[in-house]
Design a protein around this ligand. Structure first.
Ligand code: HEM
Length: 143
């Protein structure tokens, strides 16, 4: 593995950790947002959500994606492995649940979010389960 590839992999993992921190905390903030009674609390949560989404989660996801794809371009043989295909399929859903968080944030600001706090608690588990699946596939490479 060349040192350049090692740098790609290292920065990929740093970006993935920031991305996971952001997406896992965002869905939790949405639960607090829906359950909050006072407008001042909702406004504070809106600011936290916007900064977490725009300045951490989305840039980290973009860097993780670009470096992930760069490693595949560098080593296209990786696509022959079923574990990598499975990992990319789960990563695709992780990108989806991250974009969905952006849409829910916009709805919450306008007071138009239809999701109950119970539904948001369930949705909060989706990125967690995806992350566990991706890590197990990436590290154990079971098939
Ligand atoms: C966004 C799309 C993603 C792409 C295109 C991608 C692609 C890749 C590639 C090509 C590698 C190098 C594999 C190797 O050389 O063996 C890699 C490594 C890794 N990725 Fe991703 N990845 C993505 C998202 C993620 C996510 C969301 C996670 C975790 C939640 C993750 C966790 C890992 C881990 C732990 C490794 C290191 C595996 C090892 O040490 O061999 N990746 N990724």
């Amino acid at each position: 593995m060349s040192s350049l590839y090692r740098w790609f992999l290292a920065v990929h993992l740093i970006a993935v950790i920031s991305w996971m921190a952001g997406v896992l905390y965002l869905w939790r903030l949405f639960v607090y947002h829906v359950e909050a009674k006072e407008q001042i609390v909702k406004d504070t949560l809106s600011v936290m959500e916007r900064k977490l989404y725009r300045f951490i989660t989305m840039p980290a996801m973009t860097v993780a994606f670009i470096l992930g794809v760069s490693m595949i371009v560098y080593n296209p043989n990786l696509l022959n492995y079923h574990w990598m295909r499975g990992k990319l399929a789960l990563a695709f859903f992780m990108i989806g649940i991250t974009h969905m968080a952006g849409a829910v944030h916009k709805k919450l600001i306008k007071g138009e979010c239809k999701f109950s706090s119970k539904t948001l608690r369930i949705l909060n588990e989706v990125p967690t389960l995806l992350m566990i699946g991706i890590i197990l596939l990436a590290i154990l490479q079971p098939f």
